[in-house]
Design a protein around this ligand. Sequence first.
Ligand SMILES: Nc1nc2c(ncn2[C@@H]2O[C@H](COP(=O)(O)OP(=O)(O)OP(=O)(O)O)[C@@H](O)[C@H]2O)c(=O)[nH]1
Ligand SMILES: [Mg+2]
Ligand SMILES: [Zn+2]
Length: 353
Amino acid sequence: MNLADFGWNDRLESLFNTDLNTNFVPARVIRVDRGAVTVQSAADAVAAVVAGTLDPSGESVAPAVGDWVVLDLATDTAVIRAVLPRSGALSRRRPGSADHAQAVAANVDVVFIVESVERGPSPRRIERAVALAWDAGATPVIVLTKTDLCEDLDAAVAVARRGAPFSDVLPLSAVAGDGIGDLVARLPFGSTAVLLGPSGVGKSTLANALLGEQRLAVSPVRKGDSKGRHTTTHRELVLLPSGGCLIDTPGIRELGLWLDPGSVTSTFPEIETAAERCRFRDCRHQDEPGCAVVAEVEGGRLDEARLASYHRLLREAEHLDQRLDASRRHEIRARERSFGKMVREVIRLKNKR
Ligand SMILES: Nc1nc2c(ncn2[C@@H]2O[C@H](COP(=O)(O)OP(=O)(O)OP(=O)(O)O)[C@@H](O)[C@H]2O)c(=O)[nH]1
Ligand SMILES: [Mg+2]
Ligand SMILES: [Zn+2]
């Protein structure tokens, strides 16, 4: 296996520093299944356990699918000694918990936000996913599946675009094979994309179509409301024959936000552009005098629903920001500390020899 296929590059190489120890090798997390972790090294795909020293403060630094890790092969069981600093991670609020983030996928370049024409795309759900993608340092691309079931594709694309007026929308059918090439073009060699969307929209079917084999489980949606059955229950990264890596995820029930207010503003560039002409620099675009954003809405040049979403998402993100500022900074520090600690420990061991 060549790790470059999985996205190994110079940035990672310099972080890793292979001189440290011959028993340590780099590997990428390719599967996470209720705490069980599978990693891909240059030699093999193996089950790995997470070193107890890695995570003193809980699961905030737990490896996510897509993470690059330092793997210790000195014992029979492969041990993850450290998680290399991420280029970004797609994080959401852990379901049922207000204060815990859960990394859905790490080190991704593209987020495919998957919606189906069968159930109809949801602009509000798309908006949230776009904000999460920017927060992960990834480019959001909207994928509209099952076009073979659609009578009015233009109308469906227009609805999807309302949630992401500045992102590309790729309509496709995994069953008919239409539009797949456009998606492949977004996944060059060494890049990583993640499929994000509700259950039943056809994420795993699409991954299988790209793989050219039925590797991932799929199952029919419910009759009546076309909802999915939560077929996929783990996160898995697969290497595509066309190059690039694709991460399949379980269908999301809710998209709790976990992001910086800054990512919300990049989700609404048309509002930020209009805001440059507001009289007050700290204008909130509510009822301030001389607000250019409200003027655009009143003039019919800006979608009122977009402004409402902007206010809602920003409020959520700022609220979270205030509440979690300290704990989030603590998490980042904990991750950096655990990496630094690993490096020091290895140097100490080496000097003793
Ligand atoms: N007609 C048609 N059906 C499709 C298409 N893509 C997927 N399906 C069907 O949609 C159903 C659900 O597909 P899955 O791939 O299991 O959906 P999923 O998004 O992975 O769902 P979860 O794993 O539950 O999140 C299956 O019966 C697929 O055959 C398509 O392009 N056209
Ligand atoms: Mg699936
Ligand atoms: Zn304003």
